[in-house]
Design a protein around this ligand. Structure first.
Ligand SMILES: [Zn+2]
Length: 151
């Protein structure tokens, strides 16, 4: 089950960051090509996180559009989901230039938020100062690409 594998990866990274503190919320940046929904990932996460410091954590997903590049005409554009066709010429011969990521953008602990240094969602005053905590990432390993880039 795809979501379960993702949830376990997220959980491991989150618990590492939390260092034993209860985790309240986890913000994730999820590429459209990961094919996950908030509900299914939350469900898998709760199963995985049972009896851990993240057992009550709520996941917030920030969708990231997929980016495609057409191999026929060279056009590049973002798409929210399938079908993966070139908007310029209609070709299905497209390569994926982004949108398969799964990043932990921020984690809320009892003591406050930990943000990635380049977090998209953190208000400026909340961003980690230079030299502050650097949030480690869970990154999709691409195994669920389903071959749409032809690989
Ligand atoms: Zn094209």
């Amino acid at each position: 089950m795809h979501e379960m594998a993702l949830a376990e990866g997220i959980l491991a990274a989150v618990l590492d960051l939390a260092e034993g503190q209860p985790v309240r919320r986890v913000r994730l940046r999820v590429g459209a090509l990961q094919h996950v929904t908030t509900d299914s990932l939350q469900f898998a996460f709760q199963l995985a996180a049972e009896d851990t410091a993240a057992a009550d954590a709520v996941l917030e997903l920030q969708p990231v559009p997929a980016r495609l590049r057409c191999r026929r005409c060279g056009a590049a554009h973002a798409v929210a989901g399938p079908p993966f066709l070139c908007v310029a010429c209609g070709a299905s011969d497209v390569s994926v230039a982004g949108g398969d990521e799964l990043l932990i953008d921020a984690v809320e602990l009892a003591t406050g938020w930990l943000h990635r240094p380049d977090s998209l969602t953190a208000p400026p005053e909340d961003r980690a100062p230079a030299g502050g905590p650097r949030v480690v990432l869970a990154r999709g390993d691409g195994q669920a690409r389903e071959g749409i880039d032809g690989s």
